[in-house]
Write a protein that binds this ligand. Structure first.
Ligand code: SF4
Ligand code: SF4
Length: 222
């Protein structure tokens, strides 16, 4: 899932300052899972904005809506009946959702209420960990399901750097050494032979060096 964290109130306040009617728009998928942009967070932010405006004696109308998804065009249409009543939309979606909405409604002001983070997993309640950088050429099968591009601070493909202490990374001691995990799992699986091959570094120019990527599948097109 894509993670995000809500922008600081001062930043949001500055963004919405020119507008008297703001629609806070959440997204029901990833950002809801990471408790930053779902229905609950929309309600919380909307009431904070109303309270803030009241305290500062500012006239501000705040609406609330949560779309099923902000990054899929058929769901973005859920905004259509509401837009006329607002000067700006404060989106609590990830950056992809904000841009998709702005693409559909280019005449409307769409503001980002979140700082989009990373591709990650929910490890436990309140803890989200980055585990994929979307390199475009997944090699998890070679590394026992642990991504060295994302989880090794030095992005090493051919074994540990040797600096790990008690299974923790020498660069970020609060995280586990990715290679410690890879070796442990390969050994448990009886697949240590995976280490015999030399893996070339990721060729980022193929994947991310040519501007935004796209996936187009003819079998999925209407
Ligand atoms: S190798 Fe790592 S960064 Fe690349 S797609 Fe797989 S998990 Fe993501
Ligand atoms: S200690 Fe482990 S995770 Fe950290 S940089 Fe070295 S090999 Fe990578």
């Amino acid at each position: 899932m894509i993670t995000g964290t809500r922008k600081p109130m001062e930043e949001i306040r500055a963004m919405i300052a020119p507008f008297g009617r703001v629609l806070v728009a959440g997204c029901g998928t990833c950002v809801a899972e990471c408790a930053s942009g779902g229905e609950k967070e929309v309600a919380l932010l909307a009431s904070q904005l109303r309270m803030d405006a009241k305290l500062r004696k500012i006239s501000l109308e705040v609406g609330e809506i949560t779309l099923d998804r902000q990054c899929v065009y058929e769901f973005i249409d859920q905004l259509t009946p509401f837009l006329e009543n607002y000067d700006a939309v404060l989106s609590l979606a990830c950056g992809a959702g904000v841009q998709a909405v702005a693409e559909v409604f280019p005449q409307w002001v769409i503001l980002p209420g979140l700082d989009t983070g990373f591709l990650g997993e929910t490890r436990e309640a309140g803890l989200w960990l980055e585990n994929c950088r979307g390199c475009g050429e997944c090699r998890l099968h070679l590394f026992a399901g642990v991504c060295p591009i994302t989880r090794c601070a030095k992005r090493l493909f051919n074994g540990p750097c040797g600096g790990s202490r008690a299974g923790q990374c020498e660069v970020s001691p609060e995280v586990q050494c990715a290679w410690h995990l890879i070796l442990e799992r390969l050994e448990r699986q009886g697949r240590m032979d995976c280490l015999e091959e030399i893996y070339p570094p990721c060729d980022w120019s193929r994947h991310q060096g040519r501007g935004p990527r796209k996936i187009q599948r003819e079998d999925q097109r209407a």
